[in-house]
Design a protein around this ligand. Sequence first.
Ligand code: UD1
Length: 345
Amino acid sequence: MKTDRILVTGGTGYIGSHTVVELQQAGYPVVIIDNLSNSNIEVLDGIERITGIRTDFVEADCTDFDALSKLFQQYPDIKGIINFAASKAVGESIEKPTLYYRNNLNTLINLLDLMPQNEVKGIVFSSSCTVYGEPDMNPVTEAAPIKTATSPYGNTKQICEEIIHDFVRSGAPIKSVILRYFNPVGAHPSAEIGELPNGVPQNLVPYLTQTAIGIRKELSVFGDDYDTPDGSCIRDFINVVDLAKAHVIAVERMLQDKSLDKVETFNLGTGIGLSVKELIAAFERATGVKVPHKIVGRRAGDIEKVWAEPKHANEVLGWKASISIDDTMRSAWAWQCRLRDRDVK
Ligand code: UD1
């Protein structure tokens, strides 16, 4: 067991829970802080079944400075933070902008302010390819221009990246790794943890698996008149376990003083663009299960095509996405079947 503890905010969420598994399997003691606003405490059971470790858990909101401050006193061995705690629904952010700015910005600001006095060396921040907007060219490198955000959600990611840069520029004795995720999908191969959307899923893969299992009647493909080979949008679908592993490497390089810069930014994607139609075909091929679907109009605000140039992460982090889209689709399906067996809708 390592001695440096990692604080994982939002650790019972989708990407957070997969990252906690990888951290614990790498020997790190972890403490999760989560307000359970978009996750379930039973996720801890799933993590325990995979790793054999019951993760320390504090139920609190990261916008609550005093609660966070108390947590650092309770766990003086915290040396690194991975910050997942954030609101993440694009549509909701347009309806409730202040909620998004309050949650996402205050969480980061509280964490940053508490780091120096608690001798926390580094923070990994969950950003998104959404910062590139509709990119001028694909694949997208980290040097691509940041485009004006089209939603408050996207704007919080841009502002948070800037806050981190400003804080470090001010001389704060911390490091940061900013990870820009493309489209995280799939579940842990054990099917013990996975994505658990609240209500009707907004994202493609949970909607697809819920349709395949019969919870939803039909998957709507939002537009097939885009300037792409089959007319549907193109994304870079990255397996959540591959993604989780990158966080362990990121936090480790800060703890071990291997960072090349005080703030480093990496794209996390496969480098492969797959269309929505190709993804549906991959699911059907990998699982043998048909997905009823129809073409409908475009969804407002959608990006036509975006996929990653992951070379920087490949070379500097020594990380590479390795799980195939077929295995990823099978894992998403196994998770959906597990939810059915547990009667979770
Ligand atoms: C977007 C953001 C991402 C953010 C995520 C959170 C971009 C490029 N990405 O991902 O940063 O973290 O939202 O929600 O802005 N689709 C369908 N039918 C559906 C659902 C989706 O056809 O029922 C299509 C969409 O039109 C899109 C693709 O599937 O082309 C992926 O959609 P989704 O899973 O919602 O993710 P993004 O919009 O790419």
